[in-house]
Every structure is written in C-alpha cells, then in structure tokens.
Write a protein that binds this ligand. Structure first.
Ligand code: DOR
Ligand code: ZN
Length: 423
C-alpha cells in the first residue's frame, strides 16, 4: 500500500511524501505512483511527538486512564510514541508485572515503550528484565521522593548501584529529583496547608539538592542521567554548568514552562503537581534554558486522576493532571508568538528524545524512517475545554485558555489515525 501525501510543508519547502506501507519511501517534488493520495494543503508536517514522560495507568487504575483513552489523547495531541512510567498498580518492578502491562498496551493506538522502576528492593528483578534484552524498555526510573504512591530511594549507595546497572545495559536513568527528607521537613512546617502552600512544602531546595546529588553520581558513574520535569531556575543553571562534565539531559514540562503558582487561585487542586508549579521567574529561566540548549526535551508528565479525587481537600487530592492534549497546542502557540522556532520545538518534542533514548528509525522525517507524522495548522485557533478531552481526566489547569496553532492530522506507522474536524 502506497499513500502519497501531497503538498506538505517540510523544512519550509512544499514537497510530496510517499509512504510505502509503514515507511517514508520518498520526499521531494516528484509525484510517484501510489494507491491513495491525501492533500495536505500546504500545511506543515513535523515528526510525531515522542513523549518520554506519561502515566498511562490502566491495570488496577483503569478508571483513571487506560491505553485506549490515553492513546486517543496522544493522537489528538500529535504524539505518536509514549513512554509509560512505572508507578502503576501493580508497579513495573518485575517481569511479571511488566508482562501484565505489555498485554494491556496492545490496545494502544500509538507506539510505546516502558520505563522500569528501580528501587532498593527490586534490583535483581530489574537485571532479570534487562537480561531478556527487551526492545520495549526505554529507561530505568528512579524516584528520590514519594509522589502519590511510588517507592522512593534515598540511599546514595543504592542510587549508584542503579546507575551502574543501567550503564551496563546502556539505558539512561530518568530521575524525579525531589528529596524525600527535605519534602518531609518543609511539609511539617505548615499545619493547615492549602494548595497555595504546595510550592513551599515541596520546596525548590528539595529539587535543587536532588539534582546536585544526581549530577555528582552521573559524573562518578559516567551514565546518562535524564532529569525529569525540571522546575526551577537554579536547576537549569546547575545542569548548564555540568553539561560538559557528564551525560546529563534535561526535561521540562509544558506547565513548568508556561504557568506558575499564580494560576492556583483559579485552578486549585487541578494545578497540584509534583514538582509543584513554581514562579514567573522560573518560567522565564526555563524559556531561556530552551533557547540556549540546556533543556533537551519536553515531556508532558500526563498524570490523569479522577476529577472527583482532584476536587477533594488539598491533603487528599492526588498530584498530577492530564497533558497529552494540551502540550502541542500550547507549544505551537509559543512558536506563533515567537518564543522559540519550529525547529527548536521539533528538537524538544522528538529529535532529542530519539537520540537520548536510542530510538531507531523514528523521530525524524527522512526516507527509511517510520511514517510517524503530525500535520500542523499554524492558523487554527483553539480554546481549552477539558470536557472535550479524550483522556478520562476531564479537567485542566489551562481551562479556558486560548491560542493559535493546532494539530490537523496524526499518522502512526503510515496510517492516518486522527484528523481534526471543524468545530
Ligand atoms: O504530579 C505528579 N503526578 N508527579 C509525579 O511524580 C507522579 C505523578 C502521578 O503519577 O500522578
Ligand atoms: Zn511523572
């Protein structure tokens, strides 16, 4: 089956793109023979987004999200590959539980990989998984603090062991760098907390110290360290200063770039997330970190919870909110505003993840690559209305926000899986 996408804007040039089964087989000005034509009408095509940071849930938390709802959300958001985080129920701590997840993930409409949890208790199990040479494992995930329900590690020796194991199997370690003891100390200081205290209780110092510790270990062990959802100006400075001393990579989230604690006035617990929303000054430093190249990737940290849970009082409401459907529209709006270029967006949302996590034949628009493609309409305006989301988590701290630049089509493995309808 040969599908010809006609009149695509790729690298600022109008070209035709031929998909032969799943693979891009031609890009250029010619009109090769095909079974089917789709006119892209001069819209821009970018590589489908690779999101290294999603919580797909399913299994015992399918009421929060499952692979069908999450992958529909991904398609709507122009994302063609997700990495699923291991803090599911049951958690991805051994081969048996990984295999349960593999069964559920067969329903996914987008490509996927798994991040495996590494704790003080499961290192032999991790090795057992890695000895099978899995092609669907992207990285090991390490939490330095509890964040909802995960196990955390606070022993430096164990952290080093985790780094050495992942080095042996050539996998990066993704780290949630907030330090548990630090979070506990700050949390104890507030007797009757509300969501406005979240940024103080999970204090910036806890993320900063964790990042410093991890960089020290990355220098010692030589392994790839991928810092998840970087939220503070100080961490960006530290990472920048150490990029030439170790293999440190920096992810931020759309919400740490674009919103801050001020939004909690209206968003309340819908904006409760770990690490917390910080300050306007952090937003600015994160943007600068993107432009100067300190920040490598944007991961959504799509973390769906039930709306009824998020409506509970602060202490009882879980942290996290959905992000798969809002991320790319928000980022395209920034490109339209001139905050950064489309090429920078492509680096952040696909190319750099491809390189960091060694993903073969995806993450680029090139002959021989899988046709994972996102068609962009830079002139389409939007308003965020969570009730229209595909995710089961129908709320958002961005509710009511407007902007320009949206997803028009999403292709996965050469198949058109999403097309925007006029609304
Ligand atoms: O806000 C968060 N939610 N941060 C995390 O680290 C975990 C996530 C979740 O799984 O809900
Ligand atoms: Zn997360």
């Amino acid at each position: 089956m040969k599908t010809l996408l006609k009149n695509c804007k790729i690298n600022n040039t109008i070209q035709n793109l031929l998909i032969n089964d799943k693979i891009i087989s031609y890009i250029g000005k010619n009109t090769p023979a095909c079974n089917k034509e789709i006119d892209i009408n001069n819209l821009t095509i970018i590589p489908g987004l690779i999101d290294p940071h999603t919580h797909i849930r399913d299994l015992k938390q399918a009421e929060k999200e499952d692979w069908t709802s999450a992958s529909n959300a991904a398609l709507r958001g122009g994302t063609t590959m997700v990495f699923d985080m291991p803090n599911t129920r049951p958690p991805t701590v051994n081969l048996e539980y990984l295999n349960l997840k593999r069964e559920k993930a067969k329903l996914s409409k987008v490509n996927y990989m798994f991040n495996i949890a590494a704790t003080s208790l499961n290192l032999p199990e991790v090795i057992k998984i890695l000895e099978t040479k899995p092609t669907d494992v992207a990285a090991l995930k390490l939490f330095l603090a509890g964040s909802n329900s995960n196990e955390y590690v606070d022993d430096e020796e164990i952290i080093k062991q985790i780094f050495n194991i992942s080095l042996k199997y050539n996998l990066p370690v993704i780290v949630h760098t907030e330090l548990q003891k630090c979070v506990e100390e700050y949390s104890e200081k507030i007797k009757h907390p509300s969501v406005k205290d979240h940024n103080y209780m999970r204090n910036r110092e806890c993320s900063i110290k964790g990042t410093e510790l991890l960089i020290k270990i990355a220098i010692e062990t030589g392994n790839k360290l991928y810092i998840a959802h970087t939220s503070t100006a100080e961490e960006i400075d530290i990472i920048k200063a150490n990029k030439n001393k170790c293999k440190v990579y920096c992810e931020t989230s759309p919400h740490h770039l674009l919103i801050n604690k001020e939004i909690l006035e209206t968003a309340k617990n819908f904006g409760k997330v770990n690490p917390p929303l910080r300050t306007k000054n952090d937003n600015k430093r994160i943007l600068k970190g993107i432009i100067e190249g300190t920040i490598d990737t944007i991961g959504t940290d799509h973390a769906p919870h039930k709306k009824s849970e998020k409506l509970k009082i602060y202490n009882e409401a879980p942290s996290g909110f959905p992000g798969l459907e809002t991320s790319l529209p928000l980022l395209l709006n920034e490109v339209n505003k001139g905050s950064f270029s489309l090429n920078k967006l492509i680096e952040l949302t696909s190319l750099n993840s491809k390189n960091i996590f060694n993903i073969k034949k995806r993450g680029k628009i090139e002959e021989g690559y899988f046709a994972d493609l996102t068609v962009i309409d830079f002139n389409k305006t939007w308003k965020i209305e969570a009730k229209k989301f595909n995710t089961k988590a129908k709320y958002s701290p961005y509710e009511g926000m407007t902007g320009k630049g949206d997803i028009n089509m999403t292709f996965v493995n050469g198949k058109l899986k999403y097309k925007q309808t006029i609304n």
